[in-house]
Design a binder for this molecule. Structure first.
Ligand code: NDP
Ligand code: 8X3
Length: 248
């Protein structure tokens, strides 16, 4: 039985992925700060299939303690899904909050790199896989995307760099780059503005966490000689709006 570590399992894409992987027969360890939500997932899916490790991904000591406390059969990973992440704010760079920028970099970049580095020797030994959740925001700039988009461009390029370094190891690395997925993402980005979230997703028929989770499972279960390098997904309703010109 293969074991996956899926970060950010308390809502959205990560929560859906925990269900999809557990139902497909994987052992899953999932993480997040909201322990009660993790505990509910364990109760729903069974402690033989899912274990929870509650910590803030930015706190390496808490992370290591939580992972070390897992039952032995949940401590060796075949797959790391780096999903935990967030956007904060949509203000233009010249008026954005530096604290919010630092939180995004600490969470989406520094914590992801740190957890990846920690697990890499074991993933190499087990010929495992890494799936990183980037975003279309890393591929296409948009007003107010500034640092969030920058962190996701990092995630994509880091994934490709890992592929280079891991040549010959059998470890697979994939960057998944979704467009609009209806989750708690916009609530978090707008500091809890339900109206803003409803307006963004309303009438857009956005992707769901389950759509992305099924894609993650497909990538993870491909034959071992196949690597999806990057995969960009959008709802049909979302497309490109072109350049802007500021005229005098
Ligand atoms: P949600 O807000 O629904 O889920 C985010 C998850 O990340 C939660 O489980 C949250 O757990 C966890 N997380 C955030 N910060 C931390 C932290 N400091 N420590 C531990 N866990 C943390 O959003 P999504 O499911 O949409 O987002 C998942 C990933 O997908 C993110 O990386 C996001 O950037 C990316 N993405 C989302 C898109 C979208 O349109 N929704 C599109 C493209 C990419 P908790 O708060 O309990 O700690
Ligand atoms: C989330 C997608 O376009 O809202 O990564 O930034 S977007």
């Amino acid at each position: 039985m293969r074991t996956a570590l899926i970060t950010g399992g308390t809502s959205g894409i990560g929560e859906a992925a925990v269900r999809v992987f557990a139902k497909a027969g994987w052992r899953v360890v999932t993480t997040g700060r909201r322990k009660e939500r993790l505990d509910a997932l364990v109760a729903e899916l069974g402690a033989d299939k899912v274990q929870a490790a509650a910590f803030d991904v930015r706190d390496e000591a808490a992370r290591d303690a939580a992972l070390d406390a897992l039952p032995a059969e949940f401590r060796a990973f075949d797959l790391l899904v780096n999903n935990a992440g967030l956007a904060l704010g949509t203000a233009p760079a010249q008026s954005a909050s530096l604290d919010q920028w630092k939180t995004m970099i600490d969470t989406n970049v520094t914590a992801l790199v740190s957890l990846t580095r920690k697990l890499l020797p074991e993933l190499v030994a087990r010929k495992g896989a890494i799936i990183n959740i980037s975003s279309v925001a890393g591929n296409y700039p948009y007003p107010g995307g500034n640092v969030y988009g920058g962190t996701k461009a990092f995630v994509r390029q880091f994934s490709l760099g890992l592929r280079s370094d891991l040549a010959g190891t059998g470890v697979r690395v994939t960057s998944i780059e979704p467009g609009m997925v209806e989750t708690e993402f916009t609530l978090v980005r707008t500091s809890g503005n339900q109206d803003a979230s409803d307006k963004l997703y309303g009438g857009a028929d956005p992707m769901t966490g389950e759509d992305i989770a099924e894609t993650l499972l497909w990538v993870a279960e491909l034959p071992p000689h196949l690597n999806i390098n990057t995969l960009e997904l959008m709802p049909v309703s979302q497309s490109f709006a072109g350049f802007q010109v500021a005229r005098s």
